[in-house]
Design a protein around this ligand. Structure first.
Ligand SMILES: [Fe+2]
Ligand SMILES: [Fe+2]
Length: 316
């Protein structure tokens, strides 16, 4: 398999599991094509051609000199220059690493982060928040995320990979969609009664079990284990955290407990104010589940040989 084929495979897996549905994802491409065609000739060079087939602006093939075959990959949650240098160091010592794969966006994937947040509207709709409400609460948050990323040095790790000639990609939303759907289904079938049952049920998933041993397992941050959990929703995909206004909308939609990867202090206060129990499942463990689901089939078939590092927890 070529590096470019692996990247296409990952995007396709995201599309298969996308909460927006196949038809709506295809609609994005036809809208992007119309937008491109309507652009004045002198504006066409600015258009991101990736929008015509990849609905995940935060997931990109960042460096691919010569599009080589790929079998053995160094994979982590955060890939920075240190990790790219590590790949080079290991190669120097004889390890046959073909490329580096990260989860969190890097390079051109970083300023694309706010563009994938639109998926959150589809989650909210499933939780009982109408799309018009979802869109209106999400829009200011998308603009905030866009502004926050402006000063970041996007290309740092990509430049390191380029100079060392190491293929590099980041796969963010397709992985987060996988873990989001998986954990929601897992909890739906466990049918928990109390918040403590939600935590217990999460600990049945191997990556969360492994995280417990690293003192980084699932914890209740709002509410008590003894509380009745009510309707449980999982929020793990959609680029980044939700807007502060989401907790009011969740209360009105009848949600009892939210399960997420991580939560900022100011959001914890708002969830408390609206009586939403919150279980933080764990950031690295949750992102690890997504990456393991995304690449697991290729790994099991022996088509990929994955060397895990930088926070990526294995399923065993
Ligand atoms: Fe993630
Ligand atoms: Fe993450």
């Amino acid at each position: 398999m070529k590096v470019s084929e692996l990247f296409r495979y990952v995007v396709e897996r995201g599309k298969e599991n996308d909460p927006r549905g196949k038809e709506n994802v295809e609609r994005l491409f036809s809208e992007a094509r119309k937008e491109y065609e309507a652009l004045a000739e002198e504006k066409k060079w600015e258009f991101d051609q990736e929008n015509l087939w990849n609905p995940y602006a935060d997931s990109r093939l960042l460096n691919n000199p010569g599009d080589p075959d790929v079998k053995r990959v160094l994979m982590g949650i955060n890939i920075d220059s240190a990790e790219v240098l590590l790949a080079d160091r290991l190669r120097e010592k004889g390890d046959k690493l073909d490329m580096v794969i990260g989860h969190h966006p890097r390079g051109i994937g970083m300023p694309g982060l706010h563009e994938v947040m639109d998926i959150q509207v589809d989650f909210y709709e499933r939780w009982g928040v109408p799309v018009n409400v979802g869109e209106s609460i999400l829009e200011p948050r998308m603009k905030e995320v866009m502004r926050n990323i402006l000063p970041v040095n996007h290309q740092q790790a990509v430049d390191t990979a380029r100079l060392l000639g190491i293929p590099f990609m980041c796969t963010h939303s397709p992985s987060d969609i996988m873990v989001h759907n998986f954990v929601q289904k897992h909890l739906d079938s466990a049918n928990p009664y109390r918040v403590g049952d939600v935590v217990k049920s999460l600990k049945d998933i191997p990556e969360y079990r492994n995280a417990v041993l690293l003192k980084n397992g699932p914890v209740v941050v709002v509410g008590r284990e003894k509380n009745r959990c009510g309707r449980v929703v999982v929020k793990m995909a959609g680029g980044t955290g939700p807007p502060k206004t989401v907790y009011k909308a969740l209360k009105e939609a009848g949600v009892g407990t939210m399960v997420c990867m991580h939560m900022k202090e100011e959001h914890i206060e708002l969830a408390k104010e609206h009586s939403i129990n919150v279980v933080v499942a764990g950031h690295m463990a949750s992102d690890s589940i997504g990456m393991n689901l995304l690449y697991g089939e290729l790994e099991r078939k022996g088509e990929l040989d994955i060397v895990r590092m930088s926070g990526l927890i294995g399923p065993k």
